[in-house]
Design a protein around this ligand. Sequence first.
Ligand code: MLT
Length: 248
Amino acid sequence: MLPIVLIHGFPLDGAMWHHQADFLRARGYEVLTPDLAGFGNPPTSVPPEKTSATMEGYAREVREIILRLPGQRAVVGGFSMGGYVMLALLRESPELVAGAMFIDTRAETDTPEGRATRLKSIEHMQTHGTGNLLDSLCQRLFRKTSPLPAVIEETRQIMRRQPVDAVIAAQWAMAHRRDQTDLLPSLQMPALIVVGEEDMITPPASAEAMAARLANHKLVRIPNAGHMAPVEQPEMVNRAIGDFAAHV
Ligand code: MLT
């Protein structure tokens, strides 16, 4: 069985995957949930300097992790920003990825307005920390129908503990990331796309746009879930990932 590497979103750390890691480990998989540079509880590495932070840089960290595995290949999953990192890895080193799981993410880059909002949020964080960003994210991360307070609080706690410098660097890297839609048709490995039906950040339309370009894919929509499908509907996401990994 190939190891599984799960890349976290923004501004989170590897702990966001605890449901999936427990589920997959119970089925015998080796599961790695690395913290990207500067993230973690506590962080074990320093964040890149803001203006040198790139998706390619984060992808190199994941590449190093896969190269240390015995077979130098893994099934890789990326949630949201983790998906942007996985796309950068797929562009540089597709041979390391036996199966690619795109979880509530997208291949397109930001709109000019989206990029401007990120740069403004960086300016604000430099003086005031991450509080405002987390408040505004929490408005959009979760399903609107019957949101789950315990799940929101758990996610907020993970976000709150991330150092401001790491959050700023990742926000910068996302604002300057390239569009990856042209890469998708060249990817030959099996792909899984998972999207919460109520995802407002990387909506089902983005998942469908990826599906239209990926040769060998399965698209799974998660009902009653927003962007944070892995924690809002862990059982459904676990099943999708488990079925996919079993067939890679
Ligand atoms: C994430 O969940 O990783 C981010 O919200 C993605 C983004 O801001 O584009």
